[in-house]
Design a protein around this ligand. Structure first.
Ligand SMILES: [Fe+2]
Length: 304
């Protein structure tokens, strides 16, 4: 029974029992926590791999949600080739509007320092304001601070499992509105916001997303992009969202990765949220990110 402070064990499965697990013969997997994050040792992202190896890697991604690879000697082309294996590459949807002269660039360089700042330090799933948020992303460390600049990921499935039955029953078939205009839209010139509002209107997604490959229910709201829950009084919507946001911040659902030069993280954006710690300025932190296109999320109402 929960104490008033809601302390106590949080032990949840890594993947649903229904997930068909074939074990690993090709990969050396070093778990970082019981449910999320694994380092894959001695794996060269730039090398050719056979089908069995790729298939184990997909299984590992579904099982651990974020995979880490150290000391990768790859350039942008190698980075791109690895990402292409998982689906079509996706530019940030705003990129072509902001950089019309570079409309086919799919590697986004994130160079954060004391001037540009680090503004990813809030829990979120990428691009949930789009009808089809990314399936995943591959992030490569180009230059890292001596200390700081870690990235944290949270297991949205274990976090859902850890909710009370009452909360689960309340949220399972609800949907929420996601909108970019109240987060990074606030930092953009008014005319740009107006221009982009038409191609990128607010969207609705299920509050509980069912993972399309594992069938697991996951928390799919985040404090950056989610505005409110549809068809629910404002006060209850705010209270439910607060409960879900707080749930995502529990340490038992998280993994924290300390970057080293050449390290690569590959995460399943359908199963996780992430947070980039903004604690390293004025040291530089330079990363290349490639996003992989995703599907339209669906909830349990769709499959019930
Ligand atoms: Fe992000």
């Amino acid at each position: 029974m929960a104490t008033p402070l809601d302390m106590g064990p949080r032990v949840f499965p890594r993947i649903p029992e229904t997930f068909e697990h074939r074990g690993y013969e090709r990969l050396s997997i070093r778990p970082c926590t019981p449910t999320i994050g694994a380092e894959i040792d001695a794996f060269d992202l730039g090398a050719d791999h056979d089908d069995d190896t790729w298939s184990e890697l997909r299984q590992a991604l579904l099982e651990w949600k974020v995979l880490f690879f150290r000391d990768q000697d790859i350039d942008r082309d190698g980075h791109r080739r690895f990402a292409e294996h998982w689906g079509s590459l996706e530019q940030h949807p705003f990129y072509k509007y902001v950089h019309p002269d570079q409309s086919d660039v799919d590697v986004v360089r994130l160079a954060k320092d004391a001037v540009t700042g680090g503004h990813e330090n809030e829990w979120h799933t990428d691009i949930t304001w789009s009808a089809t948020p990314s399936m995943g992303a591959v992030l490569r460390a180009v230059e890292v601070p001596d200390v700081g600049g870690d990235t944290l990921w949270a297991d949205a499935g274990a976090a859902y499992d850890g909710l009370s039955d009452e909360v689960k029953a309340r949220i399972d078939t609800l949907s929420a509105v996601h909108d970019w205009r109240f987060s990074f839209g606030l930092t953009m010139p008014e005319d740009a916001v107006e221009m982009l509002s038409e191609p990128f209107p607010a969207v609705e997604h299920p509050v509980v997303r069912v993972h399309p490959e594992t069938g697991r229910r996951t928390i799919f709201v985040n404090p950056i992009f989610t505005q409110h829950i549809v068809g629910v009084e404002a006060q209850e919507s705010a209270a439910l969202l607060e409960t879900l946001y707080r749930q995502m911040t529990r340490a038992e659902f998280q993994v924290r990765f300390r970057w080293t030069p050449g390290a690569v993280a590959f995460w399943d954006n359908r199963a996780t949220q992430h947070y980039a710690s903004s604690d390293y300025h004025p040291q530089p932190r330079v990363m290349d990110r490639i996003s992989i296109a995703g599907d339209r999320p669906f909830g349990s109402a769709t499959i019930a």
